[in-house]
Design a protein around this ligand. Structure first.
Ligand code: COA
Length: 158
């Protein structure tokens, strides 16, 4: 599918052992929906995690425009802090830019959801140039084993 991509990283010496992965998708514009955006006055309430944008808010996500969502990203602990995740993000962004109409995705906003407790991933995303929205998305992750977890939205153009 031209709007989706998934890459697995492995060492040349051990091609059967994955050491990192990423998947991402171009989310197409949705007509007649408001922007997804944080607002301090209403951030993260049960009823309304999605609220209107503040002017010039860098973490606002306009749903009426195409955007690239990082769906999954992981690097084996033994291979972290070597620049692998940064390369995987770059690779998937470039691949999706090439497979879609270049004009439509040039400068496309990139976003991901990150569990509030995942401070390592938040630091990573900030380091590669994305911004963490002050808005908390309540109960985004729900599992039988661990219950529900809140998430942040990270957004930017890289
Ligand atoms: C988040 C994760 C993918 C980062 O992978 P990584 O390969 O170690 O990241 P990179 O080496 O490419 O790091 C890129 C930059 O982010 C920084 N960075 C990465 N992890 C960091 C951390 N925990 N604290 C501070 N900075 C960090 C690196 O120092 C690097 O900065 P630099 O290029 O200026 O030196 C990895 O920690 C991971 O797999 N975590 C578990 C799964 C997960 O949380 N995935 C994200 C779900 S949304």
């Amino acid at each position: 599918m031209p709007t989706r991509a998934c890459y697995v990283a492995y060492k040349k010496t051990h091609p059967s052992i994955p050491i990192g992965f990423i998947s991402a998708a171009i989310q197409q514009p949705v007509a007649a929906l408001p922007s997804f955006a944080p607002d301090d006055s209403d951030a993260g309430t049960e009823d309304s995690p999605f609220v209107s944008a503040r002017p010039r808010d860098k973490t606002a996500l306009d749903l009426t425009k195409a955007r690239l969502e990082i769906l999954t990203l992981g690097v084996l602990p033994s291979h972290q802090h070597c620049g692998l995740a940064r390369r995987l993000v770059r690779r998937v962004v470039d691949a999706l830019r090439m497979s879609c109409a270049a004009n439509a995705v040039d400068g496309i906003p990139i976003f991901a959801n990150v569990a509030v407790s995942n401070t390592e991933a938040l630091k990573f995303y900030k380091r590669i140039g994305l911004e963490v929205s002050p808005c908390i998305i309540r109960n985004l992750y729900r599992t039988l084993s661990y219950g529900s977890k809140d998430a942040y939205l990270v957004v930017g153009v890289i």
